[in-house]
Ligand binder design. Structure first.
Ligand code: ATP
Ligand code: MG
Length: 257
């Protein structure tokens, strides 16, 4: 059985794509077969973390949604891009596959103009899991609430909900949290990202946990090195001793529990 893990945040730029990619790597290093689907069709980006040249892609999620190919034909194996700080491949008994979305302006415009049948996306998730015999399907999303968000929350075994210590994020998170509770997601992992090192982590986690009546699963610090990396690789593999990498492992443990 494929387990579905989706990553959401109400607002943009919270760190969804980076966290999804790093968790995928952690699960694959534990021997799992993982696929990530980039459902951020309006502004795709997670392929950058795996160093994919979009010009070389044969098929994308868009091609599947327009009936040009089977969904499993869109998946590319990106396991070889899991490298350490000396650019050597990290030991990885599992696999990371990626279903990228198109970054061609015409394709994005078509989705925005014509929309697409969201039930196709649902069918696609199921077919991918079965055809590729996945242990995990990780869904990276567009921020905010839209049809894909609702679908991915509804079918998730685990929902990772990310927020920053920012009052705009706080209000928005309450909205997504309510949706998750209504849709009865079995496992909810609330993650606070980009926490300033000078903050009292425990106090902030307690305060956020009490506000949302949901414990905080991980607190990830704002990292200057990660800003410097600028999504050009998988931070937790390049900085395995960092608190961010430890947080990723902690989340992978919870997903696997
Ligand atoms: N803990 C962190 N410390 C420093 N920088 C971070 C951290 N987490 C993420 N970032 C940076 O924040 C930026 C946004 O991250 P990312 O693209 O993962 O967010 P996102 O939620 O997927 O954004 P979008 O909503 O646009 O899809 C990236 O430049 C990333 O490197
Ligand atoms: Mg993103």
């Amino acid at each position: 059985m494929t387990r579905v893990v989706s990553t959401h945040s109400y607002r943009g730029g919270t760190g969804k794509s980076n966290l999804t990619a790093n968790i995928a790597a952690s699960l694959a290093r534990r021997g799992r077969k993982v696929a990530i689907v980039d459902t951020d069709i309006q502004s795709p980006g997670i392929h950058v973390l795996f160093n994919i040249d979009p010009k070389l892609l044969r098929f994308t999620l868009n091609d599947y949604l327009w009936g040009r190919c089977r969904v499993e034909e869109t998946a590319i194996d990106v396991t070889s891009s899991l490298v350490d700080s000396s650019n050597a491949p990290v030991p990885c008994p599992g696999n990371v596959l990626l279903v990228p979305a198109s970054i061609r302006a015409g394709e994005i415009a078509r989705i925005l103009k014509e929309g697409y049948d969201v039930s196709l996306l649902n069918d696609g998730f199921h077919s991918l899991g079965e055809a590729l015999e996945l242990d995990y399907l990780l869904i990276d999303t567009h921020p905010g609430v839209n049809e894909e968000t609702l679908l991915s929350i509804a079918i998730s075994d685990t929902l990772i909900l990310i927020l920053r210590p920012d009052y705009q994020d706080y209000q928005g998170t309450a909205v997504t949290l309510e949706l998750a509770q209504r849709l009865e997601v079995p496992q909810l992992l609330m993650v606070v990202n980009k926490v300033l090192a000078s903050f009292d982590f425990k106090h902030l986690a307690d305060r956020i946990g009490t506000t949302y009546k949901t414990p905080v699963a991980a607190m990830l610090p704002l990292s200057e090195e990660m800003v410097g990396l600028g999504s050009s690789g998988l931070f937790s593999l390049l900085y395995p001793e960092s608190p961010y990498a430890k947080g990723v492992e902690q989340l992978a443990d919870l997903i696997e529990a």
